[in-house]
Write a protein that binds this ligand. Structure first.
Ligand SMILES: *Cc1c(COP(=O)(O)O)cnc(C)c1O
Length: 394
């Protein structure tokens, strides 16, 4: 049993190591301009890439959805919580991702647990990119399968691991877009390796969905078949501005999950009104491709300017544009200095990222104006200049 003194000691250590996390308290809806602790700030840290999280049409869908379907689903899907909007949403998500079927979950964390734990267990093996999302890493550990991790996008090392003969099933797991780096897995290489070494492939497309691919179907959706990528997960709380998540795949795979995925069976279905919001978001995605174009315009502009100015940008072509600052102190200092100027950018520190790779995780949205991006760039350049002049970090 841990004593309270143990807990306090661990908390003190967190503070000393500059790892203390404090949730910023928003006094407004999500968006590019938010109200934070009495101050209006420009938000560069949400995953609301298309600016849909407070779209009036989605809000209306929630209101109308609640009037029609109530506020609570009242039960798990298999008992009596599965309502028409859930059903319709599953069909639409299957269509968007070019799959036969889909199954919804109340969060991406749960969907990933289900996608791993339902298919592998003791005696099996899970192969993971080291930088996979925590939910995938946790899922592998919780499954009881042996976890094999390879260096980030090091597919040669992965092949070495896959060559070792093993009994049992093998599941190869990767983020599509890496959430703290913004770079992408080489899906084609993963598909080839999975085929060659008789492994199943699971791709988590949380940050690709709605942004990448033809019509926003993600990094995998229309580009790779379900034979190539049998398990595909995505989240609805990022680009789609809603909440929840899904697994998409062949009908047989989805039927199996419906019968055996504990994370689907033993939890209350998300409110149908939330499914109404996602359905509305999918329509916006289809009808307004300019949102996706705009986010890419913003990414290109930000990268051109930042690279020309010599800022330590990481290699990413997605809305996640991290600035590698290495130490926790430096990342915190930059984040605080930006906040003082009305710019919200999160410092990401270990254990979310490897030690020595603390960073600012800048995210861009279709909703950012050129002027707002310029404001961020100017502030970043000033910070860089003040460091190179040796101005104290005080
Ligand atoms: C955010 C995220 C998740 C978790 O999704 P939630 O719906 O927020 O629980 C899973 N995988 C990746 C890569 C993510 O970025």
């Amino acid at each position: 049993m841990p004593s309270l003194a143990d807990l306090k000691q661990a908390l003190d250590l967190r503070r000393e190591e500059q790892l203390w996390r404090k949730a910023p308290l928003l006094e407004s809806a999500q968006g590019v301009l938010i109200q934070l602790e009495g101050q209006e700030v420009i938000n560069f840290c949400s995953n609301d890439y298309l600016g849909l999280a407070a779209d009036p049409r989605l809000e209306e869908a929630l209101i109308q959805g609640a009037r029609r379907w109530g506020t609570g689903s009242g039960a798990s899907h298999q008992v009596c919580g599965h309502q028409s909007p859930h059903q319709q949403l599953e069909e639409e998500l299957a269509k968007l991702t070019g799959r036969q079927a889909a199954l919804t979950f109340s969060s991406g964390y749960l969907a990933n647990l289900a996608a791993v734990q339902t298919f592998v267990g003791r005696g099996d093996q899970v192969f993971q990119d080291r930088l996979n999302h925590a939910s995938l890493l946790d899922a592998g550990l919780a499954s009881g399968a042996a976890s094999r991790r390879f260096q980030h996008r090091d597919y040669q090392q992965l092949e070495g691991l896959l060559k070792a003969p093993t009994k049992g099933r093998r599941l190869l797991v990767s983020d599509g877009v890496f959430s703290m780096d913004g770079d992408q897995a080489d899906i084609q290489q993963l598909v080839t390796l999975a085929e060659k070494h008789q492994a199943w492939l699971l791709i988590d497309d949380a940050h690709g969905l709605g942004v990448l691919g033809e019509a926003g179907g993600g990094l995998v959706g229309q580009q790779f078949s379900s034979e190539q990528v049998p398990l595909l997960t995505g989240t609805l709380g990022k680009a789609l501005g809603s909440a929840g998540a899904f697994i998409a795949g062949d009908q047989l795979v989805i039927d199996y999950l419906r019968q055996f995925a504990r994370q689907y069976i033993y939890t209350t279905a998300q409110p149908a009104a939330q499914a109404c919001v996602t359905l509305r978001a999918l329509r916006v995605l289809q009808e307004e491709p300019e949102r996706r174009r705009q986010v890419f315009n913003n990414i290109a502009y930000f990268r051109d300017q930042a690279l020309a100015a010599g800022l330590p940008l990481m290699a990413s072509t997605t809305p996640i544009q991290p600035l590698l600052l290495e130490t926790n102190e430096r990342a915190l200092h930059w984040s605080q200095a930006l906040k003082a100027q009305g710019l919200l950018v999160m410092a990401i520190r270990p254990p979310t990222v490897p030690k020595g790779s603390a960073r600012l995780r800048i995210t861009l949205s279709a909703g950012h104006s050129r002027q707002q991006i310029d404001q961020l760039l100017e502030a970043l350049l000033a910070l860089q200049a003040s460091e190179s002049q040796g101005v104290s970090l005080g």
